[in-house]
Design a protein around this ligand. Structure first.
Ligand code: HEM
Ligand code: HEM
Length: 164
């Protein structure tokens, strides 16, 4: 990590954040194909790759690759300091929430691949728990951004809009 912290996120970090948001939304919205195919696979042992299944696997693998890329960028460049005016306890929570996101964006594809490719049932169960955790973290994250924006008026959203 660089010694001096940057004043904001880079253009690439911002792009990757919003591309990931779209890809994650698609994983949740277009979930039926993989769910049905997995039910059939568990009953028959046939893991058939239809277009929705391929979409889920490709989307998830892309999310994994982008998460690793973002971690490398974070490590290389560092992260901007917490917004001025944010209570210290929230700054700490935000730090852990962000690391939690990266952990989930890596573990979800890994457990998904173990369930589908490795045919490990427990990995499917883990995939289920992890996607509930990710959903919870997203809700908390969006709630925190709203509090920043509307209550503390730190203009936080601009940090993920304009490179700094
Ligand atoms: C961050 C990436 C991912 C997210 C957010 C995600 C999300 C989801 C969601 C929401 C479902 C629910 C389907 C339902 O029951 O309605 C699901 C199921 C499933 N996903 Fe993923 N997925 C990701 C990556 C992957 C990858 C890369 C694979 C395979 C290589 C995969 C394999 C599966 C399988 C086999 C199921 C059905 C089994 C189960 O319900 O646990 N997923 N995923
Ligand atoms: C799939 C949904 C989302 C995921 C996985 C996600 C993930 C992340 C992560 C990991 C960071 C930290 C970046 C870093 O320091 O490396 C971040 C920051 C941020 N996100 Fe999200 N995000 C999501 C949705 C959203 C949405 C919907 C908004 C807008 C309402 C948003 C606004 C922001 C802002 C403003 C920051 C900067 C926070 C700061 O400067 O401390 N995110 N997000």
């Amino acid at each position: 990590m660089s010694v001096t912290r940057p004043s904001g996120y880079s253009r690439m970090q911002i792009r990757l954040h919003w591309i990931t948001v779209i890809l994650v939304a698609l994983q949740y919205l277009l979930h039926e194909g993989i769910a049905d195919a997995y039910d059939v696979a568990e009953e028959t042992g046939v893991y058939a790759i239809s277009a929705p299944v391929a979409g889920h696997i490709i989307g998830g693998t892309l999310i994994l690759a982008l998460a690793v890329w973002r971690l490398l960028l974070r490590n290389d460049r560092g992260t901007p300091p917490p917004p001025p005016g944010e209570p210290a306890v929230f700054a700490r929570l935000a730090h852990w929430a962000h690391l939690g996101f990266y952990a989930l964006l890596i573990l979800l594809p890994v457990t998904g691949a173990m369930a589908w490719g490795g045919q490990i049932e427990a990995a499917g169960d883990a995939h289920e728990v992890l996607r509930a955790l990710l959903l919870f973290l997203i809700l908390a994250h969006v709630g925190a951004v709203a509090v920043h924006q509307l209550v503390w008026k730190t203009g936080l959203i601009a940090r993920m809009m304009r490179p700094g």
